[in-house]
Design a protein around this ligand. Structure first.
Ligand SMILES: [Zn+2]
Ligand SMILES: [Zn+2]
Length: 124
Protein backbone atom coordinates (compact mmCIF):
# COMPACT_ATOMS: atom_id res chain seq x y z
CA UNK A 1 0.00 0.00 0.00
CA UNK A 2 1.36 3.41 -0.93
CA UNK A 3 1.36 6.21 1.62
CA UNK A 4 3.19 9.43 2.34
CA UNK A 5 6.20 8.80 4.55
CA UNK A 6 9.62 10.10 5.53
CA UNK A 7 12.63 8.35 4.04
CA UNK A 8 14.55 6.44 6.71
CA UNK A 9 17.85 7.51 5.15
CA UNK A 10 17.48 11.14 4.06
CA UNK A 11 14.23 12.16 5.80
CA UNK A 12 12.62 13.38 2.58
CA UNK A 13 8.86 12.93 2.17
CA UNK A 14 7.84 10.50 -0.55
CA UNK A 15 4.95 8.23 -1.51
CA UNK A 16 5.62 4.51 -1.42
CA UNK A 17 5.55 1.30 0.55
CA UNK A 18 9.27 0.97 1.36
CA UNK A 19 11.11 2.61 4.29
CA UNK A 20 13.42 4.57 1.98
CA UNK A 21 12.76 6.98 -0.93
CA UNK A 22 13.45 5.87 -4.54
CA UNK A 23 16.77 7.74 -4.68
CA UNK A 24 18.06 6.23 -1.47
CA UNK A 25 16.86 2.82 -2.54
CA UNK A 26 18.71 3.14 -5.85
CA UNK A 27 21.83 4.25 -3.99
CA UNK A 28 21.49 1.33 -1.60
CA UNK A 29 21.02 -1.11 -4.47
CA UNK A 30 24.15 0.24 -6.18
CA UNK A 31 26.09 -0.06 -2.93
CA UNK A 32 24.78 -3.56 -2.38
CA UNK A 33 25.87 -4.60 -5.88
CA UNK A 34 29.32 -3.15 -5.26
CA UNK A 35 29.66 -5.04 -1.97
CA UNK A 36 28.37 -8.26 -3.47
CA UNK A 37 30.80 -7.90 -6.37
CA UNK A 38 33.67 -7.31 -3.97
CA UNK A 39 32.75 -10.36 -1.90
CA UNK A 40 32.48 -12.49 -5.05
CA UNK A 41 36.08 -11.56 -5.88
CA UNK A 42 37.31 -11.65 -2.28
CA UNK A 43 35.19 -14.23 -0.42
CA UNK A 44 37.48 -14.11 2.62
CA UNK A 45 37.38 -10.30 3.01
CA UNK A 46 36.82 -9.02 6.54
CA UNK A 47 34.14 -6.45 7.46
CA UNK A 48 36.81 -3.74 7.63
CA UNK A 49 38.36 -4.61 4.25
CA UNK A 50 34.95 -4.72 2.61
CA UNK A 51 34.04 -1.31 4.02
CA UNK A 52 37.33 0.20 2.86
CA UNK A 53 37.02 -1.31 -0.61
CA UNK A 54 33.38 -0.40 -1.28
CA UNK A 55 32.66 2.64 0.91
CA UNK A 56 29.85 0.92 2.80
CA UNK A 57 29.60 1.58 6.55
CA UNK A 58 30.09 -1.37 8.95
CA UNK A 59 26.54 -0.84 10.27
CA UNK A 60 25.02 -1.06 6.81
CA UNK A 61 27.13 -4.03 5.84
CA UNK A 62 25.98 -5.80 9.00
CA UNK A 63 22.39 -4.89 8.14
CA UNK A 64 22.69 -6.55 4.70
CA UNK A 65 24.21 -9.64 6.30
CA UNK A 66 21.52 -9.75 9.01
CA UNK A 67 18.85 -9.63 6.34
CA UNK A 68 20.52 -12.66 4.79
CA UNK A 69 21.28 -10.76 1.57
CA UNK A 70 25.05 -11.18 1.92
CA UNK A 71 27.19 -14.07 3.06
CA UNK A 72 30.64 -13.36 4.46
CA UNK A 73 33.55 -15.55 5.50
CA UNK A 74 33.47 -16.97 9.02
CA UNK A 75 36.66 -15.00 9.63
CA UNK A 76 35.09 -11.69 8.53
CA UNK A 77 34.38 -10.65 12.11
CA UNK A 78 30.59 -11.13 12.26
CA UNK A 79 29.22 -12.90 15.32
CA UNK A 80 25.98 -14.36 16.67
CA UNK A 81 24.02 -11.72 18.63
CA UNK A 82 23.34 -14.19 21.42
CA UNK A 83 26.31 -16.51 21.94
CA UNK A 84 29.03 -14.72 19.94
CA UNK A 85 30.19 -17.56 17.67
CA UNK A 86 31.44 -16.52 14.19
CA UNK A 87 28.65 -16.12 11.64
CA UNK A 88 28.58 -15.89 7.85
CA UNK A 89 25.03 -14.58 7.42
CA UNK A 90 21.92 -13.64 9.41
CA UNK A 91 21.74 -12.40 13.02
CA UNK A 92 21.97 -15.62 15.02
CA UNK A 93 23.81 -18.93 14.70
CA UNK A 94 21.75 -22.03 13.93
CA UNK A 95 21.73 -23.17 17.57
CA UNK A 96 20.40 -19.86 18.80
CA UNK A 97 17.83 -19.68 15.98
CA UNK A 98 16.61 -23.12 16.98
CA UNK A 99 16.54 -22.13 20.65
CA UNK A 100 14.60 -18.97 19.80
CA UNK A 101 12.13 -20.94 17.70
CA UNK A 102 11.54 -23.41 20.54
CA UNK A 103 11.13 -20.62 23.07
CA UNK A 104 8.59 -19.00 20.75
CA UNK A 105 6.66 -22.27 20.47
CA UNK A 106 6.73 -22.76 24.22
CA UNK A 107 5.35 -19.32 24.97
CA UNK A 108 2.74 -19.65 22.20
CA UNK A 109 1.59 -22.96 23.66
CA UNK A 110 1.53 -21.56 27.21
CA UNK A 111 -0.56 -18.62 26.00
CA UNK A 112 -3.01 -20.92 24.19
CA UNK A 113 -3.43 -23.39 27.02
CA UNK A 114 -3.93 -20.90 29.81
CA UNK A 115 -4.26 -21.80 33.49
CA UNK A 116 -6.62 -24.78 33.32
CA UNK A 117 -4.30 -27.20 31.54
CA UNK A 118 -1.17 -26.13 33.34
CA UNK A 119 -2.85 -26.80 36.70
CA UNK A 120 -4.01 -30.19 35.53
CA UNK A 121 -0.53 -31.05 34.16
CA UNK A 122 1.23 -30.30 37.43
CA UNK A 123 -1.30 -32.40 39.35
CA UNK A 124 -0.26 -35.59 37.54
ZN1 LIG B 1 15.92 9.12 0.89
ZN1 LIG C 1 24.40 -18.28 18.80
Amino acid sequence: MSELRNCRECGKLFVGASPTCPECRAAEDALFDRVRGHLAEHPAASVQETCEATGITPGKLRHFVEEGRLVMAASAGLTCKVCGVPLTTGRLCEDCQEELRRAGERSAKAARKGGFYSRRMTGQ
